[in-house]
Design a protein around this ligand. Sequence first.
Ligand SMILES: NC(=O)c1ccc[n+]([C@@H]2O[C@H](COP(=O)([O-])OP(=O)(O)OC[C@H]3O[C@@H](n4cnc5c(N)ncnc54)[C@H](O)[C@@H]3O)[C@@H](O)[C@H]2O)c1
Length: 267
Amino acid sequence: MSEEHTAAERTVAERTVVVTGGASGIGAATVRRMAAEGAHVAILDRNMALATALAEELGPKAAAFAADILDEAAVQAIERTIADSLPPVTGVVACAGIPDIPRAIEDYPAADWERVVDSHLKGTYITCRAFGGPMAVRGGGAIVNIASVLSFRSGPVLAYGPAKTAISSLTESLAVHWARRGVRVNAVAPGWTDTPFLRPPERKGERDLTPILRATPLGRLIKPEEVAAVIGFLLSPTAAIITGVTLPCDGGVIAGSGWGPYGGFPA
Ligand SMILES: NC(=O)c1ccc[n+]([C@@H]2O[C@H](COP(=O)([O-])OP(=O)(O)OC[C@H]3O[C@@H](n4cnc5c(N)ncnc54)[C@H](O)[C@@H]3O)[C@@H](O)[C@H]2O)c1
């Protein structure tokens, strides 16, 4: 395949999609979807047990890499390993990140705040930096970052909300930066999605989902596969003219947010 060929021209069998946080939740659903489409998939996750199990289930076109996405040198080393051993990377999905528990600022030391912000914003930056540049050199591709409905309205979530807003902003900046080198950069903004993220260990598996369901006009949790479908669209050549957007996939949460004080949504 010559260098003049664009990412969109390559056949699915020849491409690799990299998914950070690919061992669980939205990332794992994206890995499954891209594998089903015929792509090679590289699962980067710090939970190697889950990542390896998923790669083994999917077969020889899936590979698991133990990665803390906050370790820039390690992520860059994985990028080189993938470049040397797998078909060209044409898609990157930055899913890794940790939950935030709403806390009063008085009880939220800056070091704890930074841990959550870094896991999303710095991790996304490191991922985009490691894979986006080489993708531009090879002739293009697409990146999808993971924002959130809280990118638009943070509420009282002091670290996660601002980090997700910044991911939308970073997505715009990178989209403009790489536009003429064939790398599209978009983000999805999921509403509440049924993954382990919704029930972090700190909550001991218990969480009253009633307020979430009340705030979601569709009246249900989003399935990770539904977010993966939107990610798959943004990675695909069908989305060739879309770059720099944060696309809500939220079951109507943002549209319905002004209605909160008035009670429930129409039956
Ligand atoms: N679940 C939701 O309701 C929801 C809504 C909006 C946005 N999101 C976002 O979607 C993304 C994926 O969340 P999910 O719901 O699939 O959660 P999840 O907990 O199921 O998966 C997150 C994965 O990221 C990995 N990870 C976390 N930090 C890492 C690090 N530093 N290095 C490597 N791997 C790391 C974890 O091991 C895990 O496998 C996150 O960015 C999250 O903020 C989730």
